[in-house]
Write a protein that binds this ligand. Structure first.
Ligand code: NAD
Length: 297
């Protein structure tokens, strides 16, 4: 498989597509932002004028867009890829969307003769750039086998979670835990400061102790503890707070549908929602939850 269409070149999609280009794939790229398409074209992609144009002759189509509505429009809309394409490329949606939406798009794809997987990712922009993302895949083993070589160029850990929608189910569980863990990390960094501890020193202690976690290792929410973290760049995303709120909404809706108790997820959703009401916060990295704690009790 050499000819790939890549649709959605945002914080995550751009570096993922750039890794495919570096690996020698022939990438046709589309985004509603023409400036972004031009930027990737400068690295060797073919800039496409529409999703249909990007998909022309592609053996696989990868989508990495904000939400389920955009995924449905792209694949199922009046001018959508499933109805418009003469060939039957492998469809790979890497966006984070509801498991039931992933299942319904995959079912529509299957009835039109396409194989489709949901392959949401974890790891953030840093791992996207390194090509070491985690992919959680929902779909048939055969479709995953066909996609594996491509996913390996963008990720370091690829796991088959189950049938269509299972990748998304794993992703919403992971992201709810990430939201809770980031808020908890921010909470104790502020508590430590109020006890006279340097946040960098406290972070180093917790990294080697039972409170150690992914965010202390790679995404510290306190400014200037990690020079490359969003917190040290004015909370430039990274992973936008608005996207984390979307994922918490997906997780809470899903929990309600399954009768699962998620009190910590619900509390995290309230905290991020309060922070997002501040000017411009939705586009900031979700680690900006840190500043909510500086106000005190
Ligand atoms: P982003 O907002 O930076 O990028 C989304 C891109 O999609 C933008 O460039 C936008 O212009 C484009 N887009 C929107 N509508 C489109 C359409 N109709 N056709 C083509 N392009 C369209 O978001 P992101 O951070 O790259 O996240 C993308 C997806 O990955 C989301 O579902 C998000 O939840 C998920 N995700 C993000 C991260 C992260 O750390 N940023 C991590 C894991 C998963």
């Amino acid at each position: 498989m050499r000819k790939i269409a890549f649709i959605g070149l945002g914080n995550m999609g751009f570096p993922m597509a750039a890794n495919l280009l570096r690996a020698g794939y022939d990438v046709s790229a589309y985004d509603i932002s023409t400036a972004t398409v031009e930027r990737l074209a400068a690295s060797g992609a073919r800039g496409a004028a529409s999703p249909r144009d990007a998909a022309d002759g592609a053996e696989a189509i990868i989508t990495m867009v904000p939400n389920g509505k955009v995924v449905c429009d792209l694949y199922l809309g009046a001018d959508g890829l499933i109805a418009a394409l003469p060939g039957r490329p492998l469809l790979i949606d890497c966006s984070t969307i509801a498991p039931e939406t992933a299942r319904s798009v995959a079912a529509a794809a299957a009835s039109a003769g396409f194989a489709m997987i949901d392959a949401p990712v974890s790891g953030g922009v840093q791992r996207a750039a390194e090509g070491t993302l985690s992919f959680m895949v929902g779909g048939s083993a055969e479709a995953l086998a066909a996609a594996r070589e491509l996913l390996e160029r963008m990720g370091g850990f690829i796991v088959h979670a189950g049938g269509n929608g299972s990748g998304q189910a794993a992703k919403i569980c992971n992201n709810m835990l990430a939201a809770v863990t980031m808020a908890g990390t921010a909470e104790v960094l502020e508590l430590g400061l109020r006890n006279g501890l340097d946040p960098a020193v406290l972070s180093a202690i917790m990294q080697k102790s039972s409170g150690g976690n992914f965010f202390l290792d790679r995404w510290n929410p306190w400014p200037n503890v990690m020079p490359e973290a969003p917190a040290s760049k004015g909370y430039a995303a990274g992973f936008q707070l608005s996207l984390m709120l979307k994922d918490l909404g997906l997780a809470l809706d899903n929990a309600r549908a399954h009768g699962a108790a998620v009190p910590l997820g619900a509390l995290a959703q309230s905290l991020y929602a309060i922070r997002s009401k501040e000017e411009g916060a939705g586009a900031s990295d979700f680690s900006c939850i840190q500043t909510l704690y500086s106000r005190g009790a």
